[in-house]
Structures are given as C-alpha cells and as structure tokens.
Design a protein around this ligand. Structure first.
Ligand code: GLN
Ligand code: ZN
Length: 773
C-alpha cells in the first residue's frame, strides 16, 4: 500500500487530489474451497438449516470484502454475492418471479424453487430456464416476462448486505444489473407482447432501489449494462436514454459494460445521464482512445484493465505506459478496475502448490488481481516504490514471450504448414457414405450412444484412490478395463449397433485431454462457478500444444477386442477443448485451435490404424464460442469449422466420423454445421420434440443425423411408444436412411438401471421400426 513516504519519493507530479480510485466489478462467490457449493447442497438435502447456510454466505462475504480491502481497493463490491445467480437475485429484488412460484412473500426457498424447481420447503414446480451469460461459461436464470408483470421491491438481500458491509467499516459500491440488460436477458412468456414495453414500470422499481441505496449512504452504484456491447436493435439501443433520465438523481451511477467494446453505441452512451462509464479494456483495448476522446467532462472513466476472465498475470509495466497519458488527461476522474466481474476467474493462486514454479509466476487469480489493480494505481499516482514493484511483477510475464517452455518450433512449423487441403476428407460425402455402407454393414436406423456410461461411485472412488497413490497405475488400469468389459457386455446384451467403451477413465471430457496433451496446466482449486452450486475447473493453455503419445487408443482397442460389433472411438474436438479452458493471450484462438486440431488428427490416424472404424469428435461448444457481435460470426465460424475438419480429415473414406453437439440453436449456424462435413451428427432433440431438426430439413442437410430420443437429464425412462413417436416425427423431416437412434447426450450422470431400461426401449423401438420397412 502507498505510504506517505512513498508519495514524497514519487517523481511524477500527481497530487493526492488526483488519486486514482480502484475497485473490481465483483468477486467470485463460491469460496476458495467451494464452501458455498457444499453448504447449498447440504441445505438442499436437508442436512443443515437455512440459518447455517446463511452463516456460510456471511462468512464468505466478509472474507471476500477482506480480500478486497487487504489488496488496498477503495471500494468493496456488494451485490455480487448470490445464493444461486445474480440475475435471479435481481428478479427476487424486483419481486419479479414466475407466477407459478408466486405464493406468499418470497424467501430463500422461493429463490431455490425458481432455480431448481424444488427447495426444502414449499411445493415443487418447473424451474425457470437457464442460459449462458454472454460468451462465458456462467449460466443465469432467465427472467420470464408477461404483459401484466409488476415490479415491487421484495427481497432485501442487497440492502442488508450493503448495511452489513458498512457496519464492517467498508466503503461500499453496490452492483446492480441495469434495467435494459435485465429485460434483454429475459424472455416473453406471452405471445405477441414485447418485454421492452415493461420498461417504464421497471424503472419505477429501479428508482426505489436507488433511493433506498442512497438512504443507506451509498455514493456510487455500479449499474451493469453489458448488453451495450451487443449490436442491439434500434428500439433497445434507444431505450437507454429514457431509462437513465429516470434513474438519474439518487446516487452516482457508474454505467458498466464488459466482454467487448461499446464504440458502436458511444455517441448514445455519452449523452446519458450517468456519472461515469466502465469499459472492458482487456477484451477490447483499442476502444480506449475513442472513449477518452468522447468522455463528458464530468464523468469518471473506469478502465477495466485487469482481465477478469483469464488467469494470466497482468503486464503492469505495459499498462502503465498505456495509461500514463490517460491519467494526465483525466486526473482523479480515472478509475482502475478489473475488466469484468472476477466471478469468471479462479480465486486464489496461493493454493496452487503443484503448478511448476515457472508457470505459476505467469498466473494470477481473483485475489491476486485485486492487488494488480491497486499496484497499478499506486504506480500511476506516482509511487516510485509501486513503480519498481510493477516492473518486478511483470518481468516473468514479459519473459514468457520468449520462454522455451512456451514456444515449440516444431508445433509452429506444423500449424504454419496447414493448407486448405489438409482440412478435406479424401472423398466427398456421397462417396464416403457408399464406402461406409459397404464397410460397416449397419442396419437401417442404427442405434448408438453418445460416449459416456454411468460414472459409478466405484469408478470415482478408484480414480480418487489412484490420484492419492492408494492404487498403482497397473491396478487402476485393470479396474478401468473391468469397467470397459462390463460396458461392452451390457451393450451387447442390449444389442446396440455401434458400441462405446464408456469413458470410465475420464473425469471430464476436456480435462482428460488437457492432462494428456502437452501444453496444458491443470489446477487443483481453480474452480469457477458454472451455474448454481456447479463449478468447473478449466485447464490452462500454457504453451504450444502437441500430442506426446496416443491418448485413447489403448482403451478403445481394448473395447474393440472384446466384441465383433463396431466400437466408436471418442475424442473431444478442438473448438470445445479451446472453449472450455483458459486460453493463451499471445496467440489467436484460431492458432491454438489449429494446434489442438493437429494433435487430435494424429489420434484419429492412430485409432484408424488400430482398426477403429467409427470415430466421434465431440464439439458441443461450437455455438457458444460465437462472438458477441453478430457481424463477427462468420470469421469465427470459418476457423472453428476448419479446426474441426483438420482433426477429422486424416480419416479414410470408409472410416465414419461422428460429431456430437449437445443442445444448440442450429438455425443461424446450420450452414457451418453442415460445413463440418461429419458423416454423422448427433444432437439433443428429445425435449424439443424434434423441433431442432427443422433447421436441418430446411437447409437440406445432406449427411446422417442422430436426433436424441432419450432425455438423459431426467430420471424418467422413455417407453417404446414415446421413442417410436419421436423417430416417426424425425422421419417426417429427415429421410429414414439418414437417421440414427441414440440418446440426447452422454449417460455419465445416470445410473445403470435407468440407462439399461432406457436403452432397452430405444433398441426395441429401432427394431420395430425396421420391421415396417
Ligand atoms: N462423449 C461425451 C459423453 O458422452 C459427450 C458429452 C457432451 O457432449 N457434453 O459424455
Ligand atoms: Zn451432449
């Protein structure tokens, strides 16, 4: 922290009046040991009382405020803590919950019922939908809007937490999801009504919220309007004017944007009645000069320079150079911040004792990022000591650029040598289909599954024992072979056509490959909230990626050796591996995807040489990688599709390549899905009653499709009639000769009893349908 003596040492002339204000947009809420997750789940199971859960929440909030104050930030963020999701908290705050959940005054169990369909008390009722938060892997609960919706402040969490933080002596900056973003992120429940028409009513409630915050002595409110980074329809872009006219008055408003630039709306933004603007300079550094030039005289600019979405140590020396002229121009009107909420980054690097020291010094998690913000501000304010510390701190990340550990000449050469031809299969689809029919000898409406079979407690325990050294590698491998043999036997009994080995060796479809490929680091506690109590632990792409040895060939060949039926090899695709890891920032996403694609390509070659005739390359993350601005979609899809194709194209014409894309809106990306040129694609369709297939029908999708007929997210077992109906519906859209019959997705979250019962129906339905031909 800056002391007075540092100030006097300072060479630069910034006076204390010009001090840079520091804050972050939000802190991760789960706790460094996932305390919130474990408490939530215990509460849901009825193992603890509500007050015990609330105590855990309070403990975490105090700890997180402590982290922020300890790092020297000027404000602590309040309102970033959520029992499930901050969009749902906003709905609760506004008293805006789905009618089916609206009985009596909303409490914490109401919140859980909206999120999960059930809670320890009260009736069970359908949960609200959940969807991805912009282009992150965080999911929010989608607000449901009807024409007669009312908004009345009815959930006091925000105000209570402001008071709680104030009581601890903190300078508080509440975080509030802005009204336009709140409306945008929801969906209409009634047909023929436009949710934007609710804005006036909604604004009255927001006015009350801001008035209450002012009453609590709040000076600044961070009002998040991330939708400003999108290319909004005209009415939406124009609604900001009215909204901020109405909201102006009670407290100062920091209009907060993140995940991309806002220059396309800049003219509108600077005419709004707010007191400051936050921009994401990590996602879009190039917007800085335009924004500074247009910034109204009396606004502050919160420069989001410390990346809230990635794990890399900031190059503070570099940032100082960029920000110095801005500081000179804006003086105390310059604030420094994280680019977005730190919700998207793991919490504490200090816990990672197993990462190689050379790699560790390149990283920074939420707790460390808070300190980056303040250190940078102190240096900018003229502290010589802080300046020296910045230079020292950035030295490793600068040195990384030329580190031998990072750069692998062979990998670079191989990606540079990629030609368009490398992405093309050796024969066009029609020819491949002919050869595959001859080679594979599959019946009409072939049956298969998506890859994983139940991850039983036994499997999990064995993996834990192996990692803890209680099982030797040989013992662990023998155990896994046992699970594979078991899966094959069950599938043979079920009489499925294309079998899988079951993925017992995989904890996670991305982490498994990240651990085997060179170029990744995996963390122990690097958890990031995905939704509710669910967290993911993305690996970090540290250096150039290559495959040192085959990754799946042994397991797949072992499975194939046990049966005369076809066994399908199972890989995770390049776009999904990239999308579900923390990426490098010194290479483009395209370059990294190509490196992964080449590694997978070699795996495809080896599987094929080992006699595997069907190979699935999963790509559920293609759609979610789409840029926020629709005008940039095509450029992304081009390289994403190409990376997939590079990984698949070493397959001979008679080798059948499958891909699997889970649930996805296919309408606006169908052309790219077709361009993947997979011989077979499987997708989730059972819950949408085959609706998703329409996009394929309209596009005249040429290759084979397996629309899911078993909703694996539900414990319900589909009966033969239900599956038959779904297939018959599919047959009205896609010719029977090109249809497969399979579940929606992998079965790892189900148990064997459910799995076998459902697959029995599935095979029976397929057989009966074949009879009709
Ligand atoms: N092969 C994977 C599995 O079955 C696919 C999972 C997914 O698409 N998310 O588990
Ligand atoms: Zn899936």
């Amino acid at each position: 922290m800056t002391t007075n003596s540092n100030k006097t040492l300072a060479s630069n002339k910034t006076s204390t009046l010009d001090k840079t204000t520091t804050h972050i947009l939000g802190y991760p809420r789960v706790g460094s040991q996932r305390e919130l997750k474990f408490a939530q789940e215990k509460y849901w199971r009825g193992e603890i009382e509500q007050n015990e859960l609330k105590e855990v929440g309070s403990l975490l909030r105090h700890r997180h405020w402590g982290d922020q104050v300890g790092a020297g930030l000027d404000y602590v963020s309040v309102g970033d803590f959520a029992w499930y999701d901050h969009v749902l908290s906003t709905s609760m705050l506004l008293g805006h919950i789905p009618k089916r959940h609206n009985n009596g005054f909303p409490d914490l169990d109401t919140l859980f019922r909206v999120a999960r369909g059930k809670a320890p008390t009260g009736c069970a009722c359908a949960a609200s939908d959940m969807t991805k938060w912009f282009n992150t892997n965080y999911h929010y609960i989608v607000p449901e809007f009807s024409a007669d919706d009312q908004f009345n402040i009815s959930w006091l969490q925000l105000f209570e937490e402001v008071a709680e933080a104030k009581k601890s002596g903190h300078e508080v900056k509440p975080v509030l999801l802005g009204p336009i973003s709140y409306l945008w992120l929801g969906k209409e429940k009634d047909a023929g009504f436009d949710r934007l028409s609710l804005l006036p009513r909604l604004l009255t409630a927001y006015q009350q919220i801001l008035g209450k915050l002012a009453g609590l002595g709040v000076e600044w409110v961070q009002i998040d309007e991330p939708v400003l980074t999108l290319e909004l329809p005209k009415e939406w872009a124009e609604s900001f004017k009215l909204a901020y006219q109405v909201l102006n008055g009670s407290t100062k408003l920091l209009l907060t944007t993140y995940f991309d630039n806002i220059t396309h709306h800049l003219e509108k933004i600077v005419s709004l009645k707010v007191d400051g603007l936050h921009i994401d300079l990590s996602a879009s550094p190039e917007q800085l000069s335009d924004v500074v030039a247009a910034l109204p005289q009396d606004w502050v600019l919160s420069a989001g320079v410390i990346n809230g979405r990635n794990v890399w140590r900031a190059d503070l020396a570099q940032l100082l150079t960029t920000l110095q002229p801005v500081k000179e121009q804006l003086g105390s009107r310059l604030w420094l911040a994280s680019s977005c909420s730190l919700l998207h980054s793991p919490i504490d690097l200090d816990l990672e004792t197993e990462i190689k020291p050379e790699v560790r010094q390149w990283l920074s998690f939420a707790k460390q990022k808070c300190r980056e913000v303040t250190l940078l501000a102190q240096a900018l304010d003229g502290s010589e000591l802080a300046l020296q510390e910045c230079l020292h701190y950035s030295a490793p990340i600068k040195a990384r650029a030329t580190s031998k550990l990072v750069n692998n000449a062979e990998v670079r050469q191989r990606t540079l040598a990629i030609t368009p031809a490398l992405a093309e299969r050796k024969a066009p689809y029609a020819e491949r289909a002919r050869q595959q029919r001859a080679a594979l000898n599959l019946p009409l409406l072939p049956t298969t599954t998506i890859g994983s079979f139940p991850q039983t407690n036994e499997i999990r325990a064995q993996r834990r024992d192996f990692k803890a050294g209680r099982l030797t590698e040989a013992e662990y491998n023998t155990a896994l072979q046992g699970h594979i043999a078991d899966a094959i036997e069950r599938q043979q009994k079920l009489d499925l056509d294309v079998l899988v080995h079951g993925e017992a060796e995989r904890n996670d479809m991305v982490e498994y490959f990240a651990e085997l490929l060179e170029g990744f680091a995996v963390t122990r506690f690097g958890w990031v909230q995905s939704y509710g109590s669910r967290c993911v632990k993305p690996a970090v792409i540290v250096s150039d990626i290559y495959r040192a040895k085959p990754m799946t060939v042994d397991w797949t060949s072992y499975a194939q050796s046990l049966t005369k039926k076809l066994v399908k090899g199972m890989l995770t695709g390049p776009v999904t591996i990239l999308g579900w890891t923390f990426p490098r920032e010194d290479l483009t996403r395209e370059e990294v995807a190509n490196q992964i694609a080449l590694a997978l390509r070699d795996e495809v070659t080896d599987l094929q040489s080992a006699g595997i005739k069907v190979i699935q390359i999963d790509e559920p993350a293609i759609r979610e990688g789409l840029p926020l601005k629709a005008s940039q979609w095509q450029a992304y899809l081009k390289w994403a599709v190409n990376a997939f194709k590079i990984s698949a194209a070493s397959a001979d014409p008679q080798t059948q390549i499958h891909t699997h894309m889970c649930y996805s809106e296919f309408n606006d990306i169908i052309e790219s899905v077709a361009a993947l040129d997979a011989d077979v694609i499987t997708i989730e369709t059972s819950r949408s009653d085959m609706e998703l297939l329409k996009a394929f029908e309209e596009f005249d999708y040429p290759n084979e499709i397996g629309p899911g007929v078993y909703d694996i997210h539900s414990p319900n077992i589909p009966d033969v009639e239900h599956i038959t109906q779904l297939v018959e519906k599919a047959e009205t859209l896609i010719p029977t000769e090109r249809l497969w019959i399979n579940p929606d997705c992998g079965l790892k979250t189900r148990n064997w009893e459910e799995t076998e019962a459902a697959l029995r129906s599935l095979v029976a339905a397929a057989k009966a349908l074949r009879e009709q031909w």
